[in-house]
Design a protein around this ligand. Structure first.
Ligand SMILES: Cc1cc2nc3c(=O)[nH]c(=O)nc-3n(C[C@H](O)[C@H](O)[C@H](O)COP(=O)(O)OP(=O)(O)OC[C@H]3O[C@@H](n4cnc5c(N)ncnc54)[C@H](O)[C@@H]3O)c2cc1C
Length: 459
């Protein structure tokens, strides 16, 4: 049995930021993650946008956290040495219905304190982004919108949490939770854990984790989403483009990523057999809606497609022994506190990435108050990124030709916890160029094996 003040369940971006922020106080913490590495769930597959905050109901927790999270993102990324681009965004409309929605969003944004918002004409939008269709009638310009690599951000927060004393328990699945005299007992597939506080950040399984002990007020009904990534050489806008569609449902979103690619997505569709596999209908939707709004984007420049899973939270009714969604969408963040010392984030969708530090801080503050914990004067918010170059032969040997990633960087990624080709990719960006790892994956497997790792036999 291991003892900690607090156990964070789930090593996605939300769990990693909760763990990091806990260590601002003298609170012993463990981060329990079922997979061999952190940030392999929803955090791995999303739109990577740091939202400005005009989409949310003014005055709501979501709106406040988004505007504050966005404002603090530059500082956060400096502390963690993660690339962040405040590229700005245009939400474009192509008709009177959508023009009206943009005016409403402008009003919301002003009420929420989103800086620099401007409603501009279609001609002005095309001057800013000549790649847009001439059919654009108006656009909402938000200079504070940005983009970040989501898994790099999560991994950086994880490394910083560990450097500040949080204990990582990877490959550790939570199987059962019991109440004890002074807190909780967690059964896992490894050592059991005793703790005073549980922070449930289990993403798609957060409702099931809470259900191990308490009835959740909402349940997750997942749906699917698809994305396309275009080559760095493809023509792209310099800002993020959102489309407010005339018809029901959103149009495409186009993101010029920090790596220099164009990311298109997400689609909206049901979840099929294999949750993380792409679906034809989603990919077709992305191609068609991109052609309508960004006719200058060449669909033949796609180098990768990937899927995601939306953790949609719903209140439920029980019918014939089965939980059925009650049909009303939940617009706010669901933060449950069913018993003293137990908090759950359930079904945190967009803008969870933007608010990761805010949500993590919220949980850490609740915990510190509950435990009456003192500040931790030794907390260091800084984390060093993997060095691109050192004067050592390993840093002269390029392994990933597209990204010019060296053997030295790959060895450093492995030393920091990468155990798979994907884990190396998420730390140094190998395999993200035009060839998508077809030239370097085998080389990386060899390096992983040299260091004693046992990577996926597929590679
Ligand atoms: C399609 C899509 C696009 C999005 N785009 C944006 C965007 O552009 N901007 C933005 O701000 N937000 C966006 N979001 C929201 C954001 O991505 C999420 O809010 C965020 O990534 C959720 O992180 P998480 O830590 O909750 O989940 P995850 O990353 O899924 O992490 C949960 C972790 O819990 C672990 N776990 C589960 N069960 C157990 C168990 N029993 N034992 C141990 N570990 C367990 C899992 O292995 C997993 O690693 C998007 C979301 C989606 C779905």
């Amino acid at each position: 049995m291991r003892y900690f003040d607090t156990a964070v369940i789930g090593g996605g971006v939300l769990g990693c930021f909760a763990a990091r922020n806990l260590r601002r106080w003298n609170i012993s913490a463990v981060l329990i993650e079922g997979e061999s590495e952190v940030c392999t769930g929803i955090t791995r597959s999303n739109t990577a946008i740091v939202y400005p905050g005009y989409d949310n109901q003014p005055g709501s927790l979501k709106a406040r956290m988004t505007v504050r999270g966005n404002a603090n993102f530059g500082r956060l990324c400096k502390e963690l040495e993660v690339p962040f681009s405040r590229c700005g965004s245009l939400m474009v409309s192509c008709g009177p219905g959508a023009d009206g929605v943009l005016r409403k969003k402008l009003e919301n944004g002003i009420r929420s304190g989103v800086p620099g918002l401007e409603l501009i004409s279609g001609a002005q939008a095309r001057e800013m982004e000549p790649i847009l269709t001439p059919a654009v009638t108006s656009a909402l310009f938000a200079p504070s919108t940005g983009t970040v690599n989501p898994w790099q951000l999560g991994i950086a927060a994880f490394e910083n949490a560990v450097n500040n004393g949080c204990e990582p328990m990877l490959n550790t699945k939570v199987l059962a939770i019991h109440q004890s005299d002074d807190g909780y007992l967690i059964e896992t597939n490894g050592v059991p854990i005793a703790c005073k506080v549980i922070l449930n950040c289990a993403g798609l399984s957060a409702d099931k984790i809470q259900e191990l002990l308490f009835e959740p007020s909402v349940r997750i009904f997942p749906t699917g989403a698809d994305f396309l990534i275009l080559d760095q050489l493809a023509r792209k806008p310099s800002r993020i483009i959102f489309q407010e569609s005339e018809e029901k449902g959103k149009g495409v979103t186009a993101v010029p990523t920090v790596e220099g690619n164009l990311l298109l997505g997400p689609s909206r569709r049901p979840l099929y057999g294999r949750p993380w596999a792409t679906a034809l209908e989603g990919l077709d939707f992305l191609r068609e809606s991109t052609a309508r709004v960004l006719p200058g984007v060449d669909p033949n420049q796609v180098i990768r497609s990937f899927a995601s899973v939306r953790p949609n939270p719903h209140r439920v009714v029980l019918r014939d022994g089965e939980y059925i969604p009650d049909g009303r969408p939940i617009g706010s963040f669901v933060i449950e506190n069913p018993a003293p010392g137990f908090w759950s984030l359930i079904g945190i969708k967009t803008p969870g990435l933007t608010c990761a530090d805010e949500l993590g801080m919220y949980l850490a503050k609740q915990t510190a108050r509950y435990l009456d914990a003192a500040d931790n004067p030794a907390f260091d918010p800084h984390r060093k990124a993997i060095t691109p170059y050192r004067n050592h032969p390993d840093y002269h040997q390029i392994i990933c030709q597209c990204g010019r990633i060296t053997r030295g960087q790959i060895l450093e990624a492995i030393a920091r916890g990468a155990t798979t080709v994907d884990g190396v990719k998420r730390r140094v960006g190998s395999g993200m160029g035009r060839c998508q790892g077809s030239r370097c994956a085998w080389e990386i497997v060899k390096i992983l094996k040299e260091t004693g790792a046992n990577p996926d036999p597929m590679f």
